[in-house]
Design a protein around this ligand. Structure first.
Ligand code: SF4
Length: 374
């Protein structure tokens, strides 16, 4: 069970206290915001053409050099977008990353640019895994979200090509109040295919996503309980993105099965413990802005002026995101906040405060229950 761990199963150094103070596990790097699709929930609010200020090839290579400053182990980098296939220098950057020992995964858009031949080329240049989005169990549902007819069939075709080329695939699925009912059918479809991991992204109402609606906290809880049961027999890993309470639900279920906390922490379910916006994750936008994640649009600096290493380690907002004792409300009082900590991005989207409680989680911490009974 991957939960919110490393998206591509590479690297698993567990930090003391679940705080990634020295280095993120994953750097999400938006190579461009140019994209041929117009997805209803796009974080990047992708455009047909590259935006001004996009990092040049030289600036991008400088950033790869900067990333080496994170020491050993190096973070894994996910080249995302927009559509990273729109970068003419993609293969060069892949080779430059590989030459530096930096592992890279790719999150391509499914457009005519994604061909079997192109996939083989990027794999050759060093791509270790890819992610593809699947937001519906049939063409009508998926293409409705993606905005371009034919994308459903092309996505399944790309999955097949990746299988043939031995490139591991993570399937990303958007969870909103309208897509949730289709998730069992998507699971059935995916169960007939070969993939490494199914990642369910719980919508945060930002970017184009603001036209869509998040689940209620109760609906999210029921869905994650279902996912946690599913994950025990699924033919692939199941994780959530921006629904960190999965860890609390999985851990409590494991305790009920008789596992001690030490056994839970030593098990694969703990792989993603602690990882959340700014703690184990950092995002670099197409024009170099650094934010705690792609879903938390609060720039803490820009790699054109400052080192990503020092921004990640030393910038005050980034530091605060790694200190659950500073969190407010239920996330601050919750006995699971080292393992979970809630979505800092959703807290920010709903309250404007990155340290507030995650409104998608209905959990009442033990401390609050004790107070109620006092
Ligand atoms: S209250 Fe916050 S820290 Fe606790 S389980 Fe819910 S989201 Fe996680």
């Amino acid at each position: 069970m991957g939960m919110a761990g490393h998206p591509h199963g590479i690297g698993s150094v567990r930090p003391v206290g679940w705080a990634y103070d020295r280095a993120p596990m994953i750097i999400y790097w938006e190579l461009t915001n140019a994209c041929g699709l117009a997805c209803r929930h796009c974080r990047a609010t992708a455009m047909p053409l590259p935006a001004p200020g996009e990092l040049t090839t030289t600036e991008s290579v400088d950033l790869l050099d900067d990333i080496l400053g994170f020491d050993d182990p190096l973070p894994h980098v996910v080249f995302t977008g927009g559509d990273p296939l729109r970068r003419p220098d993609l293969d060069l950057l892949l080779r430059e990353a590989r030459d530096r020992g930096i592992g890279v995964s790719l999150a391509p858009a499914v457009t005519p640019l994604l061909t079997r031949e192109r996939l083989a080329e990027v794999a050759q240049a060093g791509v270790q895994a890819i992610s593809l989005s699947l937001d519906g169990s049939n063409a009508a549902l998926h293409d409705g979200v993606r905005g371009v007819e034919g994308t459903f069939d092309s996505t399944l075709e790309a999955l097949q090509w990746a299988n043939e080329l031995d490139v591991p695939v993570q399937i990303n699925t958007l969870v909103t109040d309208t897509t949730a009912a289709d998730l069992p059918a998507i699971y059935e479809l995916l169960s007939t295919r070969t993939l490494l991991r199914w990642s369910l992204f719980f919508l945060i109402s930002i970017g184009r996503g603001s036209q869509l609606t998040e689940l209620s906290a109760g609906e999210a809880e029921r869905l994650i309980v279902w996912l946690n049961g599913l994950a025990r027999t699924a033919p692939f890993q199941v994780k959530t993105t921006e629904a960190m309470q999965y860890r609390r639900i999985a851990a409590r279920a494991a305790r009920r099965r008789g596992l001690s906390d030490a056994e839970i922490e030593a098990s694969p379910m703990a792989r993603g413990f602690g990882i959340r916006d700014g703690n184990g994750i950092v995002f670099v936008s197409h024009d170099g802005n650094v934010t705690p994640s792609g879903f938390l649009p609060l720039p803490v600096g820009n790699v054109k002026q400052e080192s990503l290493v020092s921004l990640y380690r030393d910038e005050p907002t980034m530091r605060s995101l790694r200190r659950p004792e500073l969190f407010k409300g239920r996330c601050g009082r919750c006995e699971f906040n080292l393992w979970c900590g809630g979505s800092r991005a959703r807290a920010y989207a709903w309250t404007g405060d990155v340290l507030e409680s995650d409104p998608l989680c209905p959990y009442v911490p033990e401390a609050d229950r004790a107070m109620a009974h006092a």
